[in-house]
Design a protein around this ligand. Structure first.
Ligand SMILES: NC(=O)c1ccc[n+]([C@@H]2O[C@H](COP(=O)([O-])OP(=O)(O)OC[C@H]3O[C@@H](n4cnc5c(N)ncnc54)[C@H](O)[C@@H]3O)[C@@H](O)[C@H]2O)c1
Length: 356
């Protein structure tokens, strides 16, 4: 491995916004420059001053890759972007012996270095997403109207309390994430409620407003306030929680089905609009999961919880309920670059329920 170390001097004030663009540009080089394994800034640039010295340390597979990097089209504009008064002072290459690492040490997470917001992060499915995204290398901000039931054990997780139906709270929370953590690469809209079981003619106006406010307006508000920063960064992956009940109808919770159908089509419409900005929007459709929400649905069912489960599971090709991690892995796929050609799509994870 060749370690390429460059010393720059910035002879102008280096503002936080220049630093942000500059760091984002540097991050973008990994994956685009052949042979570039990793790249880091060698000293902290935060603060204000007239002159800065800064090292960039980049690890390459071979010496030929280093030469390719210097001639790479992204290289020069990046340096110029920082300031018209930027000078390269020195550059040195070391031949670094390959460290003896295990496979586990070499493996980077599937969303390594990304920033994720997850709403409903205190819930059963949302918390499984928060944990898995963090385990796979993302910095995660969990947003929920209730605090998490227990402290997070994984590193890199912050919790913020907010009500996603309140535009001011959403705007403030997103601004705080932008200031303190950075531009989100990932937005997972998992917050949702199921509401009371009642046919349409027996549901109340208050119930209608409440469930549409949380499930539809909340998802839209989060999108509304997160998307401008994603557009500016020309990247993003939004995963909206619909349900199998956003695809099929059902007798017990018609308003819930209506909200999940709305989320499904908001997803496709936003995918159509934001694709040109590099933002992907997909929906996830869990079937019956082993969660509090599904236990509530069973308890509310007109046929009683036992018959409700029997109906669900007997009709299911896989003959069981799903576990939260089985949804979180779907979210991880849609959130990560592995799904980079998927947008406007719906990922059904339901044990085959909607297939038969
Ligand atoms: N559990 C299932 O079987 C199932 C099936 C299909 C789809 N879903 C969907 O998956 C998502 C997560 O479901 P879950 O099972 O984890 O439910 P859950 O009740 O465990 O979690 C939902 C979370 O949303 C939060 N929330 C509710 N209203 C909010 C608001 N106004 N502002 C901020 N946060 C709010 C709650 O506090 C809770 O922590 C929901 O959108 C749900 O509709 C669940």
């Amino acid at each position: 491995m060749i370690r390429h170390v460059v010393l720059f001097r910035f002879e102008d004030s280096f503002t936080p916004s220049i630093e942000h663009d500059w760091r984002a540009g540097l991050d973008g080089l990994v994956g685009h420059v052949p042979g570039l394994r990793s790249l880091s800034v060698g000293r902290d640039l935060s603060g204000q001053a007239r002159s800065w010295d800064c090292t960039i340390v980049a690890d390459f597979d071979t010496a030929a890759d280093v030469a390719g990097y210097a001639g790479h089209p992204l290289h020069t504009p990046l340096i110029a972007l920082s300031s018209p008064h930027t000078r390269q002072i020195a550059s040195v290459d070391f031949d670094v012996p390959e460290p003896a690492t295990t496979h586990a040490e070499q493996r980077k997470g599937r969303v390594h270095g990304k920033i994720a917001i997850v709403t409903g992060g205190s819930g059963d499915l949302g918390s499984a997403c928060v944990r898995l995204l963090a385990r796979e290398g993302a910095v995660v901000v969990s947003l929920d109207v209730t605090p998490p039931a227990e402290p997070w054990h994984e590193p890199g997780i912050t919790s913020l309390e907010l009500d996603i139906t309140d535009p001011e709270q959403v705007e403030r929370a997103v601004a705080r994430v932008l200031e303190t953590v950075g531009v989100p690469d990932i937005l997972v809209n998992a917050a949702g409620i199921i509401g009371r079981a009642a046919p349409s003619h027996e549901s109340t106006l208050a119930e209608f407003d409440r469930i549409f406010n949380v499930n539809v307006k909340g998802t839209w508000l989060m999108t509304k306030y997160v998307v401008p920063a994603m557009i500016a960064a020309s990247r993003g992956s939004i995963v909206n929680f619909s349900s199998i009940h956003g695809i099929t109808g059902g007798r017990s919770v018609p308003l819930y089905h209506a909200t999940k159908g709305a989320v499904r089509l908001l997803t496709k419409s936003d995918a159509a609009t934001y694709g040109e900005h590099g933002i992907r929007v997909n929906s996830i459709h869990p079937g019956s999961m082993n969660t509090r929400m599904s236990r509530t649905a069973a308890d509310m069912s007109a046929v009683g919880p036992e018959a409700y489960y029997r109906q669900l599971v007997e009709g299911n090709p896989l003959r069981r309920q799903g576990e939260p991690d089985e949804i979180a892995y779907g979210v991880l796929y849609l959130a990560s670059d592995e799904s980079r050609f998927s947008t406007g799509s719906e990922l059904v994870i339901d044990g085959g329920y909607t297939a038969v």
